[in-house]
Design a protein around this ligand. Structure first.
Ligand SMILES: [Zn+2]
Length: 337
C-alpha cells in the first residue's frame, strides 16, 4: 500500500500526484484497499448483520445489504442486480454456516482482485458449538445459523468486522476501534439486562415458529421446547401439530411465539387448541422502525424481541426497557426493503 493511505494529503496535491501517475488511491482501489479519500465498498446480507457492520463502520465505508428485510433469508436467491454489487465489493460480510449459500456462491464467482468474503458465524464458533435441531437437522448438514440472537456472539461478529476494517483501511483504524468499543458496551448492557429479566420469568420456555433462538436460549438458560417450521420451510404435518399441542399443554407455558416474517395459521391453531396466548410479533431479521432511526438496528431488534418474550411469559422487562437504543456510528447503510 502506498503511504498516501496513511497520510492526510490536500486534495489538490493528491490530484496532481494522480495526474502524474503516482501510486495513489486508484491503485489502492485495484488492490482492494481503501486509498486516501476512498471508502471501502462493503456488502452484507441480512439486516441484523448490516446493522452490526454499520455500527462499526459508520459512514467511513459504503455499506449495501443484499437480503431485503422481511424475506425468508434461508431460501433467498440473489436477484441479477446483486451480481454487480458483489463484483464491486472490497469486503463481503456474510453470516455463513450455510445461511446464504446462493449469495456466497454468486460472490465467489465475481470477486474482484483483493476482495474478501468473511463468514462471521464460522469465525465465531467451531463445529463443537453448532446446534442442530428440528428445523436444522444434523443429517442435512447445516447447523442453526442464528448466532446474532445471542448478544456475546453478536459482539464477536462486530469484533471480526472491526478487525477486518482496521486491516483494510488503516487510516481509519482508530475510528473503527472506537465505534466497536461503543457498540460492545451497548451489547454488554443489553446482555446484563436480559440476564436480569430472565430471572423474573417464571418459566423461560420458547415455542416459536421460526427457530431463531437456539444460541440465545443456551446462553440465558432458556429452554426451546420446539419450533414449528420444518427444515423444508413448509408447514408441519397434522401429526406434528397434534404432538406440539400436547407438548404445549404438558409444559404449561404462558405463550407461544410467531414471527412477523412467517405468519403462521398453524401456530395460531396450536395456541387456540392448547389454550395459550399466541404472540405473533417476534422478528428474526426484520428491523423495527424506519431505516435511519435508532431502533432500526440489531440493538433495537433484540431489545424488542427480548421485551416481547419476557413480558408475554409473565416476567418483568423493565431492565430491558432501561436500555437506550442508539447507533454507535452514523448508520448510512442501504437496507433493501
Ligand atoms: Zn432465520
Amino acid at each position: 500500500m502506498s503511504s498516501l493511505g496513511r497520510l492526510w494529503v490536500p486534495a489538490s496535491v493528491l490530484s496532481l500526484l494522480l495526474l502524474l501517475g503516482s501510486c495513489g488511491g486508484g491503485e489502492d482501489r485495484a488492490n482492494g484497499r481503501a486509498g486516501a479519500g476512498q471508502r471501502l465498498r462493503v456488502v452484507t446480507t441480512v439486516a441484523p448483520i448490516t446493522s452490526i457492520v454499520a455500527n462499526v463502520a459508520g459512514d467511513l465505508a459504503e455499506i449495501t445489504g443484499i437480503v431485503p428485510e422481511g424475506t425468508n433469508s434461508h431460501t433467498f436467491e440473489p436477484p441479477p442486480s446483486a451480481a454487480k454489487v458483489v463484483s464491486n465489493a472490497d469486503l463481503i460480510f456474510v453470516n455463513g454456516l450455510g445461511l446464504e449459500d446462493p449469495t456466497k456462491e454468486l460472490a465467489e464467482g465475481r470477486l474482484k482482485k483483493g476482495a474478501e468474503i468473511i463468514e462471521l458465524g464460522n469465525l465465531t464458533i467451531g463445529p463443537e458449538e453448532y446446534i442442530y435441531d428440528f428445523s436444522f437437522p444434523k443429517e442435512e448438514g447445516k447447523p442453526n445459523p442464528h448466532l446474532w440472537t445471542n448478544p456475546p456472539m453478536a459482539k464477536q461478529y462486530a469484533r471480526f468486522v472491526a478487525e477486518t476494517l482496521e486491516r483494510r483501511d488503516g487510516a481509519n483504524a482508530g475510528a473503527y476501534r472506537g465505534n466497536y468499543e461503543r457498540f460492545a458496551a451497548k451489547v454488554d448492557e443489553l446482555d446484563r439486562a436480559m440476564a436480569q429479566a430472565t430471572r423474573t420469568v417464571p418459566k423461560p420456555e420458547l415455542l416459536t415458529y421460526h427457530d431463531a433462538y437456539a444460541y440465545f436460549a443456551r446462553h440465558y438458560g432458556w429452554k426451546v421446547i420446539g419450533a414449528i417450521q420444518v427444515s423444508s420451510f413448509e408447514d408441519p404435518t397434522p401429526k406434528e401439530v397434534a404432538d406440539l399441542i400436547g407438548q404445549v399443554k404438558a409444559e404449561g407455558v404462558a405463550a407461544i411465539f410467531g414471527s412477523e416474517v412467517f405468519p403462521s395459521p398453524v401456530l395460531a391453531q396450536i395456541g387456540r387448541e392448547a389454550g395459550v396466548r399466541y404472540v405473533d410479533v417476534l422478528r428474526d431479521d426484520d428491523l423495527p422502525g424506519d431505516p435511519g432511526r435508532p431502533e432500526h438496528s440489531w440493538l433495537g431488534l433484540m431489545r424488542f424481541d427480548f421485551i416481547t418474550m419476557v413480558r408475554s411469559l409473565g416476567g418483568d422487562p423493565s431492565a430491558l426497557e432501561a436500555v437506550t437504543v442508539e447507533h454507535t456510528a452514523p448508520d448510512k447503510a442501504t437496507y433493501p426493503q
